[in-house]
Design a protein around this ligand. Structure first.
Ligand SMILES: *[C@@H]1O[C@H](CO)[C@@H](O)[C@H](O)[C@H]1NC(C)=O
Ligand SMILES: *[C@@H]1O[C@H](CO)[C@@H](O)[C@H](O)[C@H]1NC(C)=O
Ligand SMILES: *[C@@H]1O[C@H](CO)[C@@H](O)[C@H](O)[C@H]1NC(C)=O
Ligand SMILES: *[C@@H]1O[C@H](CO)[C@@H](O)[C@H](O)[C@H]1NC(C)=O
Ligand SMILES: *[C@@H]1O[C@H](CO)[C@@H](O)[C@H](O)[C@H]1NC(C)=O
Ligand SMILES: *[C@@H]1O[C@H](CO)[C@@H](O)[C@H](O)[C@H]1NC(C)=O
Ligand SMILES: *[C@@H]1O[C@H](CO)[C@@H](O)[C@H](O)[C@H]1NC(C)=O
Length: 820
C-alpha cells in the first residue's frame, strides 16, 4: 500500500496541470501492505509466515511451532528461540514511478535488536538499538518489479555475551530464580526482556515497529517539537521542525496552523533557508505568541479538563508553493515545573525543613502527584502497543484518580498512541530513560547509539502535554552507592562511566532539545543535591531531598509508623498473587495450584517472596496451614494484605504533605506482564486486584485519613486535593462493636482545610479504651461543598484479634433478575 501527499494543496492553488502531484510517496512495507514476509531460522529447519510489525515469538506461535508463550513453563521451554539466528525476508513490488524520485529511504521505526540488512542481495546497513529509528538511503539498490529485503538477526543473548566479553559491566547475571538471561545491559533493548523479578525472559527478536520506503524529491518534516512557555497573559510558542533532505540547502517556507477556541485558527509563516548537515538533516523554526484568552488550560486528571489543540506544520516549496511535507500533532497549554527550593520556606526551621522540596507545580499550583509505575503492557514489545490494552490500563489509572505514571526505565519508550492517550486523560508522565538496575558500559560505540536514541525519542515525545519530567535511569545511583552488584572495588571506574553516560552524554541532549523540562539524573536521587554531591550521593534515599523508593518486607506494612519521610515516593510496594481465574490461564493442572508446586515456584521471581507474603498475612489475618482451601485463601489474603499495606503507606504519604511536604505517591506497580505473583494492582489480562479498587478510595481527591499512632491514639487528617478549600465541615467518627451494624458511639469534630492541602484535624485518644479487640472506628466527612468522600476505618488492634465478628451469610440475588 502506498499513499501520496500534497494533492489537496495543489487543488487549492489551481496548479494541477503544471506540477507533478507526488511530493512524497510512502510505500508501506508492513504485513498490511503489499509485502509477503517470511521468517526462517539459521539452519532453515523452520520457515513460516512472518509479520511486520511483529516478532519471532508471536510468529512462531501463530504458525503453531510453539504454544502460548505465557502458559506453564513455556518461557523456559521456548528459550532455544533466543539462541537461534532468525531472518525476516520481505518481497515487494515497485513501479517505474517509484524509481523517479530523487530520494529513496528505507525507514525502520524499530528493529529488535542486532541485525544486518540486505536489499536485493546488497548490504545496506546494520542495527543495534531497538529504540532508534534507522533510515537507510536505498536509491541505488531498489529496482522496478520485485525487490527483496532481508533482515538477519543475531541471537540477542549471544550478542549481549559477545559485547560483555569485550566490555564487562556488572552485574554478571540476574538471580537464578528469574530463569533469565545475562548482560541485558550490553544491548539497547528492553531490559526486562531478559527477565525481571516480576516477569519472564523473552529475549525478543523482530521488526517491532512500522517499516516503510519513503520517496520524495525535496525534503520532509520528520518530527516537530513545541516549546510552550507562559509570559504574562501570553503563551510563547516555539516550534521546531526537524527536516531531512538530500540537497545541501533547504529553501522554502514553513507554516503553522493552530486550532484555538471557538473554531478559530492561528496561522503563521516563516521563510526557511538552511544548510543541511552531511546526513541531510536540518531544523527550521517558527516562534509566535498567542493570547491566553484563545486557548484553555490543560490540567492533570482530577484538577480540570484536558483541552488539546490541533497543530499542523507544513513545509512548502518557495517557488511553487507546493506543500512538500506536513505533520499533525495535538498540543496542550500548561506549565509544569519541578520545584526544588529551600524546604524551610515551607516547613520552617525544623528537621523536615532541612534540605530541598521536590514537587510539581502545574499551571502555578503545587499538586500532589498520585499514581503508580507503568511497566511494558506486554513482555513482547510488538504487542505492547495494543490499543485496547493501553486504553484499559490508562482508563483504570484515570478512574483511580491517578495524575501521574512513571514509565519505568526497564521497559520501552511507549508508542505515540500511549502518550496521546495520556494527553487526553490528563495523566502526567515521569519518563525514565531506559537504563535500569545495572551498571552500563560507556565505550564509544555504546555512547554513540545512546546519543541517537535519546535525540530521537526526546524529539518524538517532547510535544506531549503529558510529559512532566525526564529521568536518566532507574536505581543506578543507589545501586552503585549501595554496592548492589559487587562494584565496590571498582567504584571509581563505575562512577566515571555513570557520569559519562547520564551526565555528559544524555543530560546535554535533553537540556538542549527540551529546555523546558527538568532532567533528573536518576530515580531515586536527591535531585539537585545529588548533582552537587558529584552524582553519586552518600545517601540517595535522603528523606530531605528528591524522590525515594521504599520497600520493607520485614515490618508490619499496615502500620503507617514504619515509613520514613520523603519528599516524593516514586516507588513503593508489596507483592500479592493474581486471582485463581488469571492463574488458570497459565495452567490446566489442578496440582499446580498450591504454594509449593513447581509451577508456582517457577512464577515467583522474588527471592523469598512467598515467605514475605505469608509473614505479612500472618500479622493481621488467620490462615490455617491445614485449611483445605489454603491456596484460594492465600491468594485472597495476599490481595487484602497488599491492598491494606498500600492503603496505609499511600495515606501516610498524603498525610505527610502537612509535616514533611511529601508531594507524590507513585506505587509500584500498575500492571503485569504474566500470570504470577507481583507488586501489581492489575493482573495480566486486565482483572483488577483488590489494590486497584482500594486505590479508587485512598487516592480520592477528598479523604478523611486517620492514622493510628505509636501511642495508640488516632491522628485524623483531612486531605484536600482540590483547588478550593473545605470550610465548616464535620468529621464524624462512629465506633462500632464488631457484633453489630449500629454504631455504639458517635462523635464529631469540626474540620477545615485550605485548597491543595492536608491538615491534621484532631487527635482522638483511644489508648486507654478497654476491649479494643471488640471495636473499630469509621470516619466520614460531612461537608456541603464535597459531593463524595470515601469512608475510612481504623482497627485499633490487629484484625485477627477482632472479637465478635460473625459470619455474614451474604448470598447473591438471582443474577437474572432485571432491575427496573
Ligand atoms: C536446526 O535448528 C533447530 C532450532 O534451533 C534445532 O532444533 C535443530 O536441531 C537444528 N537442526 C539441525 C539439523 O541442526
Ligand atoms: C529532484 O527532483 C526534481 C524533479 O524531479 C529535480 O528538478 C531536482 O533537480 C532534483 N533535486 C536533486 C537535489 O536531485
Ligand atoms: C515577555 O513579554 C514581554 C512583553 O511582551 C517581553 O518584553 C519579554 O521579553 C518576554 N519575556 C520572555 C522571557 O520572553
Ligand atoms: C487551518 O486549518 C484548518 C483546518 O484544517 C483549515 O480550515 C484552515 O483553512 C487552515 N488555515 C490556513 C490559513 O491554512
Ligand atoms: C525562536 O526563539 C529562539 C530563542 O528563544 C531562537 O533561538 C530561535 O532562533 C527562534 N526561531 C525563529 C525561527 O525565530
Ligand atoms: C534554626 O535552628 C537552629 C537550631 O535551633 C539555630 O541554630 C538556627 O539559627 C536557626 N536558623 C534560623 C534561620 O532560624
Ligand atoms: C460488644 O458487644 C458484645 C456483645 O453484645 C458485648 O458483650 C461487649 O461488651 C461489647 N463491647 C463493647 C466494647 O462495647
Amino acid at each position: 500500500m502506498s499513499y501520496v501527499f500534497c494533492v489537496l494543496f495543489l487543488l487549492f492553488n489551481g496548479l494541477l496541470n503544471n506540477y507533478s502531484v507526488h511530493c512524497i510517496e510512502i510505500v508501506d512495507l508492513t504485513s498490511n501492505g503489499n509485502v509477503i514476509w517470511s521468517l526462517g531460522n539459521k539452519n532453515k529447519s523452520i520457515s513460516v509466515a512472518g509479520s511486520v510489525p511483529g516478532g519471532v515469538y508471536t510468529d512462531l506461535e501463530k504458525a503453531g511451532i510453539i504454544d502460548n508463550v505465557l502458559f506453564g513453563f513455556n518461557d523456559v521451554l521456548t528459550r532455544w528461540i533466543a539462541y537461534d539466528y532468525w531472518t525476516y525476508t520481505g518481497r515487494f513490488l515497485l513501479s517505474q514511478d517509484s524509481l523517479n524520485y530523487n530520494v529513496t529511504k528505507l525507514v525502520l521505526e524499530g528493529v529488535d535488536t542486532v541485525a544486518f540488512l540486505e536489499l536485493n542481495g546488497s548490504p545496506i546497513g546494520t542495527t543495534e538499538n531497538m529504540f532508534v529509528r534507522y533510515v537507510f538511503d536505498v536509491k541505488q539498490y531498489i529496482k522496478v518489479g520485485e525487490n527483496e529485503l532481508t533482515i538477519n538477526f543475531l541471537s540477542p543473548v549471544e550478542a549481549a555475551k559477545v559485547r560483555s566479553d569485550k566490555y564487562f559491566t556488572a552485574p554478571n547475571c540476574v538471580p537464578d530464580v528469574y530463569n533469565g538471561e545475562c548482560h541485558a545491559n550490553q544491548l539497547r533493548k528492553m531490559q526486562a526482556s531478559f527477565s525481571w523479578d516480576w516477569g519472564p525472559a523473552f529475549p525478543s527478536v523482530g521488526i517491532w515497529k512500522p517499516l516503510t520506503i519513503e520517496l520524495y524529491n525535496e525534503a520532509i518534516i520528520r518530527s516537530v517539537t513545541t516549546h510552550i512557555d507562559k509570559n504574562g497573559s501570553l503563551w510563547d510558542l516555539k516550534i521546531v521542525a526537524y527536516l531531512e533532505t538530500r540537497s545541501t540547502r533547504i529553501k522554502g517556507y514553513l507554516t503553522a496552523n493552530l486550532s484555538v477556541n471557538a473554531k478559530q485558527y492561528v496561522t503563521i509563516r516563516n521563510d526557511v533557508n538552511v544548510l543541511a548537515r552531511d546526513d541531510g538533516t536540518a531544523e527550521a523554526g517558527l516562534n509566535f505568541t498567542i493570547s491566553e484568552n484563545v486557548v484553555s488550560l490543560w490540567w492533570p486528571n482530577g484538577f480540570g479538563d484536558q483541552p488539546l489543540y490541533d497543530l499542523k506544520v507544513s513545509l512548502h516549496n518557495q517557488d511553487s508553493d507546493e506543500e512538500l511535507s506536513v505533520k499533525h500533532i495535538k498540543i496542550g497549554f500548561r506549565t509544569v515545573e519541578l520545584v526544588e527550593e529551600d524546604a524551610s520556606n515551607i516547613l520552617g526551621n525544623t528537621t523536615a525543613g532541612n534540605g530541598l522540596t521536590f514537587y510539581f507545580k502545574v499551571n502555578d499550583y503545587p499538586l500532589f502527584m498520585k499514581g503508580s509505575n507503568w511497566i511494558p503492557a506486554n513482555i513482547l514489545p510488538e504487542l505492547g502497543s495494543d490499543k485496547n490494552t493501553i486504553d484499559d490500563l490508562l482508563l483504570a489509572a484515570r478512574d483511580a484518580h491517578m495524575a501521574m505514571l512513571r514509565v519505568w526505565g526497564g521497559g520501552i519508550y511507549e508508542s505515540d498512541y500511549f502518550y496521546q492517550k495520556c494527553d487526553e486523560l490528563g495523566i502526567l508522565i515521569w519518563q525514565d530513560f531506559l537504563f535500569a538496575c545495572s551498571m552500563y558500559p560507556a565505550d564509544a560505540e555504546f555512547l554513540n547509539t545512546v546519543k541517537q536514541e535519546i535525540e530521537q525519542n526526546v524529539i518524538r515525545l517532547q510535544h506531549h502535554a503529558s510529559i512532566a519530567v525526564w529521568a536518566g535511569n532507574n536505581e543506578n545511583e543507589v545501586a552503585l552507592r549501595g554496592d548492589w552488584y559487587g562494584t565496590k572495588q571498582q567504584f571509581d571506574r563505575y562512577k566515571e562511566d555513570y557520569i559519562k553516560l547520564y551526565v555528559h552524554t544524555i543530560k546535554p541532549i535533553v537540556e538542549t532539545l527540551d529546555p523546558g523540562r527538568r532532567y533528573l539524573v536518576s530515580s531515586p536521587s536527591n535531585g539537585r543535591k545529588s548533582e552537587e554531591d558529584g552524582y553519586i550521593a552518600e545517601n540517595p534515599y535522603d528523606s530531605n531531598y528528591g524522590d525515594t523508593h521504599y520497600y520493607n518486607y520485614f515490618a508490619d506494612n499496615w502500620d503507617a509508623n514504619i515509613y520514613p519521610g520523603t519528599r516524593f515516593a516514586s516507588e513503593y510496594g508489596f507483592q500479592s498473587f493474581p486471582s485463581a481465574k488469571t492463574l488458570q490461564t497459565a495452567s490446566n493442572d489442578q496440582n499446580d495450584f498450591h504454594l509449593d508446586s513447581k509451577f508456582i515456584r517457577h512464577r515467583q521471581h522474588s527471592p523469598g517472596g512467598n515467605t514475605y507474603i505469608k509473614e505479612q498475612i500472618a500479622r493481621h489475618l488467620h490462615l490455617d496451614d491445614n485449611d483445605p482451601k489454603y491456596f484460594e485463601k492465600f491468594i485472597f489474603y495476599s490481595q487484602i494484605s497488599q491492598a491494606m499495606s498500600m492503603k496505609s503507606e499511600t495515606e501516610y504519604y498524603r498525610q505527610s504533605q502537612s509535616d514533611w511536604y511529601t508531594m507524590g505517591a507513585l506505587y509500584w506497580q500498575l500492571n503485569d506482564v504474566w500470570q504470577a505473583p507481583s507488586w501489581s494492582g492489575i493482573e495480566y489480562g486486565g482483572k483488577w486486584k483488590m489494590l486497584h479498587y482500594f486505590a479508587m478510595n485512598f487516592f480520592s481527591p477528598v479523604l478523611v485519613s486517620p492514622r493510628l499512632t505509636l501511642a495508640g491514639d488516632i491522628n485524623v487528617y483531612l486531605i484536600n486535593d482540590r483547588l478550593v478549600p473545605i470550610e465548616d465541615a464535620k468529621i464524624v467518627m462512629d465506633v462500632f462493636n464488631w457484633t453489630s451494624l449500629e454504631p455504639i458511639e458517635t462523635n464529631s469534630y469540626p474540620a477545615s482545610v485550605a485548597a491543595l492541602t492536608t491538615k491534621k484535624q484532631t487527635t482522638v485518644e483511644i489508648w486507654d479504651r478497654e476491649n479494643k479487640e471488640e471495636i473499630f472506628m469509621r470516619f466520614s466527612l460531612k461537608s456541603d461543598g464535597v459531593n463524595s468522600s470515601p469512608r475510612n476505618y481504623v482497627f485499633p488492634v490487629s484484625l485477627k484479634m477482632a472479637k465478635g465478628l460473625r459470619k455474614p451469610h451474604i448470598r447473591p440475588k438471582n443474577q437474572l433478575t432485571q432491575e427496573n
